[in-house]
Design a protein around this ligand. Structure first.
Ligand SMILES: [Ca+2]
Ligand SMILES: [Ca+2]
Ligand SMILES: [Ca+2]
Length: 379
């Protein structure tokens, strides 16, 4: 596609559900289908925490978020670990992702893989729950309502999913990290000899509480199914059918690096549900959050340890369709403006602004404008 004229966001007085979609187009020439930046990174404790990304003395939360951006943006394909249950990351793209009916809209890549003996579906599946949010207030920040993607456990494991689950972790320098949950449970994230750094996120407060959905434990002990000479223990993490991150492999064929598993790693925005687990109808989303959905650890010390979702990137699965939907939304707004005789936009010098929203050529510059006697800001 050719170069696009890009507009910033328009003040809230003009906000309508359609116009809000224009705001995510920022200062880029050609939109990318990959992550633009990470907004939040709050891992739960875990064996990779403080390591991927690496914490360096004095790093703030902002520094760690920047490091996550460096690892994930522009399809860099490095890993970021989210630690035990509840740990999360939030990111956005350079445009709103449209919800195309009946299609998966974006994919989240992880490092799940099929176990080598093909005894079960999956094998190293550390499902992360995906959430989506629309920048309703138009401030470019992920401070709006969040919706969870309802994955296959909601239909395949009825009664085994814990909603409104909560876990609190407590700092315990260089020791196993204790946690308690809101179901009367408790446990520890255990240290192992492979990872010798602190397991509690060093830049975060001494107590961390996470809230969300807990997926059913998926770790099976298949040690008696394999030759002891090959491996003394064999624990696998079963895959779920759809709707999670780091749950199914990135590729359908390990020998073919172009065989992206859009089906297994793809997320349909149409699967989003509200707090009552009722479907919501979202036309676009601006932010994606992923959090570790499993709270389990391997009973065999020094084996898997805690289950931790990893994120390796994400992409819009239909970039052109998202852009077309954004342009259509902007065009619709122009129609609304022109329908009212006093809806004409003026600059601060009182000159009438020509809002030319021919497809691909939207001319709204940065600055203050006046409409219906009120000022609004475009930046
Ligand atoms: Ca969709
Ligand atoms: Ca916002
Ligand atoms: Ca993983």
């Amino acid at each position: 596609m050719g170069k696009l004229k890009i507009i910033g966001f328009i003040g809230s007085m003009l906000m309508t559900p359609m116009l809000m979609q224009a705001q995510r187009l920022t200062d880029v020439e050609i939109p990318s289908k990959y992550i633009l930046a990470v907004d939040e990174y709050r891992p739960a404790p875990g064996q990779f925490v403080n390591d991927v990304p690496e914490y360096e003395e004095g790093d703030t939360e902002q520094d760690m978020v920047r490091k996550c951006t460096e690892l994930l943006a522009n399809n860099e394909r490095n890993l970021v670990a989210l630690g035990g249950w509840g740990g999360y990351i939030t990111f956005h793209f350079d445009h709103s992702i449209a919800n195309i009916p009946g299609q998966r809209d974006f994919a989240v890549w992880g490092n799940a893989y099929q176990e080598q003996r093909n005894l079960v579906f999956g094998g190293m599946n550390e499902a992360g729950i995906v959430m989506v949010s629309k920048d309703e207030n138009g401030n470019g920040l992920p401070d709006d309502k969040w919706y969870e993607i309802s994955g296959s456990c909601d239909v395949d494991s009825v009664g085994k999913v814990v909603y409104d689950y909560e876990v609190t972790y407590h700092r315990n320098p260089m020791g196993d990290i204790p946690w308690t949950d809101n179901q009367g449970g408790c446990g520890t994230i255990d240290r192992n000899h492979y990872h010798t750094q602190e397991y509690y996120p060093a830049w975060l407060p001494d107590e961390l509480t996470f809230h969300g959905t807990r997926l059913p434990d998926n770790m099976w002990n298949l040690s008696d199914k394999v030759d002891q000479g090959w491996s003394p223990y064999y624990y696998v993490l079963i895959g779920f059918r759809y709707g999670y991150a780091d749950n199914l492999p990135n590729y359908t064929d390990n020998a073919d690096a172009t065989s992206y598993n859009y089906e297994g790693c793809g997320i349909d925005i149409g699967w989003a549900v509200d707090e009552q687990r009722q479907p919501v109808d979202l036309d676009f989303i601006d932010f994606v959050r992923v959090y570790t959905g499993l709270n389990q650890k391997c009973p065999q010390p020094e084996w898997w340890g805690e289950t931790s979702t990893e994120v390796q990137g994400a992409e819009d699965l239909h970039l052109q369709a998202s852009l077309d939907a954004i342009y259509n939304a902007i065009s619709a707004i122009k129609t609304v403006r022109n329908e009212t005789s006093d809806g004409i936009i003026y600059d601060l010098q009182g000159r009438k602004i020509n809002v030319n929203s021919k497809k691909g050529n939207i001319q709204l510059r940065k600055g203050l404008y006046i409409q219906n006697g009120k000022k609004f800001f475009i930046h």
